[in-house]
Design a protein. Sequence first.
Length: 307
Amino acid sequence: MIFLLAAAETIFVSDEAGSCVQAVDAATLKVVECVVVGARPRGMAVSRDGKRLYVAASDANRIAVIDTATRKMVRTIDSGPDPETFALSPDERQVYVANENDNELSIIPIASGARREVAVGGEPEGTAVSPDGRTVIQASESGSMAHVIDAASGTVRANLIVDTRPRYIAFTPDGTRFWVSSELRGTVSVFDAATLKPLGKIDFDRANLTTELIQPVGIRFTRDGKRAFVALGRGKLVAEVDPQTLAIRRTWPVGLRAWNLALSPDERRLYTADGLDGTMSVVDLVANKVLPPVKLGGKPWGIEAVP
């Protein structure tokens, strides 16, 4: 007889319509708590050991830090106005925060909280830092650019033109490439991280995946870099893409406005935050099937899974 172990992780989902982050028990797929962090929580990042969850409380102008074991907010970091997305440095000593209203990237040492600003293009959203910690990429939604920034000095090294309304940046696990999603054009552009040259493009809009509006936003890679997943927003799909060939392998149906997604720690499940359905979708990557949606309410935005 084969026994399947129940998932042990907790999934945290930010609700931009409220002031808290919902904690979902992966074994039961039930909400067990709503952790108050401040108004309009959106972007999130988790520490390598899974013990700290960082949350951008956009209307509270701060990054809230949650102890994932106790599910309590243990501190806040002054982020500057309207933080939406941010990236945690690999050494977990700094956060790089997109201040959407000020058209700036804030570089903030976590210990001191001393903030310095880097001017970027209009409506910055979509922030990533390279695995070696040397480079930050900041998307500019209204400028259709990806700004390449030296993490140490804050100097803008390059401004790359990308497709309309870029929303998310993700480095491959080996750091050799970075992907930029375009919400309005329906694409993901792939760049060489060393030369900053374009390497290819995944065109979801022309792939005829659905009659719904395709909006690529969130991107996740497995730790070995062999699988990539892209949330397609109002297209109500998540796509798997071959990271080497950039071919679309398959799709799964999820909720409406699935902007962000997360992998379980064992990478056997994929979760999406479905903003306009008020749900979390669950894809069993082993059985290749979608489980019934988890009703959360509000407007789910960001999502992270921790052990």
